[in-house]
Design a protein around this ligand. Structure first.
Ligand code: SDX
Length: 427
């Protein structure tokens, strides 16, 4: 393995190279500042790995995504969400009995403490669901003070089960509160997706029958969003966890990071963008021209990715699923056709081709969520529900790694040189 050599002035330093399982390389710069007195500058950490991880692998050039080595296409086709949640956390696909035990343990923790209703009811009915979910997730830490130690594997394990189990209830109850409807309690005889759909859409006045197409589609969406390496929100979870904050606080930080329109909030932005295009009667050439104009803040939401310089494999799966699901549900949404035409126009334009900007996971997901009956402002909490196993897997991996250090990046200071305080009457 060739070392890297850094020459700075008259000094020279050999830096060891490491190779990952899939042939990716990293140069270890841990000795850099001590030997040469310099640090690296890398905006957005586009060229920087904080550490090693075994959870997911992304090949951005080839459009490949693996969860613990399994291709996303195979998991999307064959795996249940809790099966994937188990795989991401424990590293192996569960046996039948392991999965049954895991599902049973999740079922046993779906209830919220009754007084959490006061938390939901403290919010205005117009509150965004991501703000409520982040607050409720933080609040969970106050109910389980005996299971907060991030260095205690048993405490972390039960907290992870509580998070996976209670997220659907928290999301559904926040929806029921915001829509002035009675809360629907979890039903222990239902599967994960079915239970969530019933808590979301059932009303006491009549029986609710889960549509199997909607349940299967929700499972697919949750699986596709389950993990994605060191993305913005997972990095937030790791950063907060590196200070030995508890997992509820760390995941709440991830939820806030995901809410940003450049990250998970993009799925809501895509739908609003498509509706805006229709409302303004814009032709697609004008839309693409605006997206390319550096003086125009408009961006093609759901397009582009820091890592994928090819089709996001999840977007490929969702593009096909969108047509199938809308047909199965008898939904005719003109926005799907508009999205497909917009993709076609953009991908035939040199600006997008040269910058390798392709549809990402958020481009088609919102059209499917809406066809399933979810309001637009819930799309990002649905992303969060899917990403939860990824966040907790990244947290567990970081806290279990003996080489983990608290995240504390350096900076290049460009502020004022040292100067003396000036008394008020001399300013
Ligand atoms: C997610 O990291 C992950 O894995 C995230 C995620 C996950 O599963 O966790 O995959 C989920 O967050 C997907 C991304 C959702 N966000 C969007 O769809 C928002 C729109 N996309 C962009 O804002 C942007 O593409 C980002 C934020 C996704 C990536 O930003 P980068 O890597 O910092 O790229 P950049 O902004 O430097 O763009 C490079 C060039 C720039 O042009 P030039 O300076 O070269 O002239 O491409 C242009 C950008 O202006 N560009 C776009 C564009 N995205 C990038 N131009 C128009 N429309 C876009 N969408």
């Amino acid at each position: 393995m060739p070392d890297a050599v850094v020459r700075f002035g008259d000094d020279e330093l050999n830096l060891p190279a490491h190779v990952g399982t899939q042939g990716d390389y990293a140069i270890d710069i841990s000795a850099l500042r001590g030997a040469l007195g310099i640090v690296t500058l890398d905006r957005g950490f586009a060229n920087t790995a904080e550490g090693r991880s075994s959870v997911s692998f992304i090949d951005g050039e080839e459009g490949v995504l693996l969860y613990r080595g399994y291709p996303i296409e195979q998991l999307a086709e064959q795996a249940r969400f809790l099966e994937v949640a188990y795989l991401l956390q424990y590293g192996e696909l569960p046996t039948k009995s392991e999965l049954e035990q895991y599902e049973e343990s999740i079922t046993r923790h779906t209830l919220l403490r009754e007084d959490m209703k006061h938390l939901f009811e403290a919010f205005p009915h117009s509150a965004h669901p991501m703000q409520i979910l982040a607050s409720a997730t933080s609040a969970l830490a106050t109910y389980y003070p005996d299971a907060l130690n991030p260095l205690d594997p048993e405490a972390v394990d039960i907290s992870c089960r509580r998070l996976v189990a209670k997220a659907p209830t928290m999301v559904a109850w926040s929806y029921k509160y915001r829509t002035h409807q009675p809360y629907v309690y979890p039903a222990n005889d239902l599967g994960y997706s079915e239970n969530f759909l019933r808590m979301m859409f059932a009303v006491p006045a009549e029986d609710y029958v889960v549509d199997p197409v909607v349940a299967t589609t929700l499972n697919l969406l949750l699986v596709l969003h389950a993990d994605h390496g060191q993305n913005c929100s997972s990095s937030a979870v790791r950063l907060v966890g590196s200070g030995h904050a508890n997992i509820f606080s760390s995941v709440a930080a991830g939820i806030h990071a995901l809410s940003g329109p450049l990250h998970g909030g993009a799925n809501q932005e895509v739908l609003e963008m498509l509706e805006w295009i229709v409302a303004e009667g814009l032709d697609l050439d004008t839309v693409v021209r605006k997206a390319k104009d550096r003086n125009d803040p408009f961006r093609l939401m759901g397009f582009g990715h820091r890592v994928y310089k090819n089709f996001d494999p999840r977007a490929r799966i969702l593009k096909k699923a969108a047509a199938d699901v809308l047909h199965a549900l008898g939904v005719d949404d003109p926005l799907l056709d508009l999205a497909m035409r917009l993709e076609e126009v953009a991908l035939s334009d040199d600006y997008f081709v040269e910058r390798k900007l392709y549809p990402n996971v958020d481009f088609y997901s919102g059209i499917i969520y809406r066809a399933m009956g979810f309001p637009i402002d819930m799309f990002t909490v649905l992303f969060a529900m899917g990403r939860l196993p990824g966040w907790i897997s990244q947290f567990r991996e970081l806290l279990a790694d003996p080489e983990t250090r608290i995240f504390r990046p350096r900076q290049l200071y460009i502020g004022s040189p040292v100067r003396d305080f000036v008394a008020m009457d001399e300013r």
